[in-house]
Ligand binder design. Structure first.
Ligand code: G3P
Length: 230
């Protein structure tokens, strides 16, 4: 399952873009509000860090159809063609998704809380549909189950639309949607770190280092190989 980073924090984006196998960055109005400042400068900086080839998802802030279309087109011309316009799952959102996807724009229909919304968004031509896992769980619904159902519906109907699961509170939820057949997940910084870090990995590395040092001292395999070349 492919991974994107769900933040607009520049130092986090620099770090994860350098070290982790992420394929892009997703934002929403709440995520951008958390950083504050000049939002257009912030989005340009995100684009500069991740480069033109990676995905950048940005949500529309306009509400009526004509303004959403105008905003979406301006956004893509500002941030490049690998920009996914996020549009919430409403009737106006579906109309805008139909209009823009027909004209080649990549749309992520967001704030998906049901299988029916996912199906409608896919039928409207969305590139991604984004179900909110932990927000569903908070409503005593089944976040991972909803992601699985939408993934199944899309694959049974042979649709190109992919599921981009979002709203994760734990690393286990991320693994659970991967095992449920989800195509892609967008994950915040702390959950992303939890996918990798493990105390037993750290203690294992410490043991390798101390065993090596005890037997061979401060040399490394590279230093031995370089020594051999002399
Ligand atoms: O990208 C939006 C989505 O991830 C929302 O997450 O944590 O606000 O429910 P959250």
């Amino acid at each position: 399952m492919r991974l994107l980073l769900d933040t607009a924090n520049l130092s986090d984006i620099r770090y994860f873009n350098e070290y982790y196998p992420i394929e892009g960055v997703t934002t929403n109005p709440t995520i951008l509000s958390a950083e504050g400042g000049n939002v257009l400068e912030l989005l340009s900086e995100i684009r500069a860090i991740i480069g033109w080839d990676k995905e950048l998802h940005v949500q529309v802030t306009e509400k009526d159809f004509d303004r959403i279309i105008e905003e979406a087109i301006a956004l893509v011309s500002f941030l490049g063609e690998n920009t996914y316009v996020k549009i919430p799952a409403t009737d106006v959102g579906l109309k805008a998704t139909k209009y823009l996807s027909k004209r080649g724009y990549k749309i992520t229909v967001t704030a998906i809380l049901s299988e029916a919304q996912g199906m409608l968004a896919a039928n409207a031509g969305a590139s991604y549909v984004a179900p909110y896992v932990s927000r569903l769980d908070n409503l005593c619904a089944d976040g991972v189950g909803t992601v699985k159902q939408i993934s199944d519906i899309l694959s049974f109907s042979g649709q190109k639309t992919q599921v981009l699961a979002a709203s994760f509170k734990t690393a286990k939820e991320v693994l659970d949607v991967a095992a449920a057949g989800c195509h892609c997940a967008t994950v915040g910084s702390s959950v992303m770190k939890n996918l990798l870090s493990h105390t037993t990995t750290d203690t294992s590395i410490a043991r390798f280092d101390s065993d090596w040092k005890q037997a061979f001292g401060d040399v490394t395999i590279l230093s031995l190989l370089n020594e051999g070349k002399k």
